[in-house]
Ligand binder design. Structure first.
Ligand SMILES: [Zn+2]
Length: 277
């Protein structure tokens, strides 16, 4: 059966698919002479379908892939882009080569291949071939794309800004419609909050998150910033009161599709601030 995986054109230069909330969003930015893809979903199949549909509809080749970070639900579909350069931060390259982060990623890959043999066929971990420390720009005549490293959700986390359409691709610095995963071993809660606050100073109309539906305008960030700040406040208070991690009641800002990520976030942030105090 052919998988129904659509291309959803949200602005004149941007097409996305955000239909599989657990698998991560994939986006295409159509410049003048070539297109750029941001993240790959968890599956080679969905990445291939997205690329084919985008190249056909806009009659333009895809010339670059950007990784917002190293998590499997954003990079496992990379074999669909083996013929083009992959751009990622230096820290993302570290995340993909350091055993502490690579081993769980390899386990995740094997688990997916077991659970979803059809969809996960041919998924692979592919390293970025163009690495940047702070930022990297792509230019195509009058259009440009800015890729900036931020850290936060993971140490390699980066975001993409497309000034022409005031569009921001946040990767997993924003989870929409689903409780965030905030327990990566390289997660830095303070950098995460700082980056969300920096976004508020930018000229933004459309925000494409790592998971879920698109956000409109900077005000849409408020709820997310309030969530992470309240999580931090609750955790710091618990540490100050010598409470155990089990006693912490985490905030509910998101529809609870899963309860798993909530205790993971609480436990990680508790240990993070216990160590930094
Ligand atoms: Zn992630």
């Amino acid at each position: 059966m052919e998988l129904d995986y659509k291309l959803n054109t949200i602005t004149p230069h941007i097409a996305i698919n955000n239909s599989m909330i657990r698998s991560g969003n994939i986006s295409g930015i159509i410049l003048n002479n070539y297109a750029v893809i941001v993240d790959t979903t968890s599956y080679r199949k969905t990445a291939e379908l997205f690329r084919q549909k985008l190249e056909k509809k806009f009659e333009i080749p895809v010339s670059y892939l950007i990784y917002t970070h190293y998590h499997g639900d954003h990079i496992f579909g990379a074999p669909a882009f083996k013929d083009i350069p992959i751009i990622g931060s230096e820290k993302t390259l570290q995340n993909l080569t350091n055993r502490d982060t690579l081993n769980p990623l390899e386990e995740w890959k094997l688990g997916l291949m077991d659970e979803e043999p059809e969809l996960a066929k041919g998924i692979e971990i592919i390293l970025p071939s163009i690495c940047f420390q702070k930022q990297y720009f792509l230019r195509d005549d009058n259009l440009s794309l800015e890729i900036h490293h931020s850290g936060g959700h993971t140490s390699g986390s980066s975001y993409v800004y497309f000034p022409e359409e005031k569009a921001l691709f946040t990767g997993d610095l924003i989870f929409q419609d689903i409780y965030p995963y905030a327990g990566d071993p390289t997660c830095n809660p303070d950098m995460w909050i700082a980056q969300l606050e920096n976004f508020q100073k930018m000229d933004i109309e459309t925000i494409i998150p790592g998971h879920g539906s698109i956000l409109k305008g900077r005000e849409a960030l408020n709820k997310h910033i309030a969530f992470y700040k309240s999580l931090k406040t609750i955790v710091l208070k618990a540490l100050n009161d010598n409470e155990t991690v089990d006693a912490i009641k985490a905030p509910d800002f998101f529809p609870m599709e899963t309860d798993i990520w909530k205790p993971i976030a609480v436990e990680y942030w508790y240990n993070f601030y216990r160590q930094t105090d």
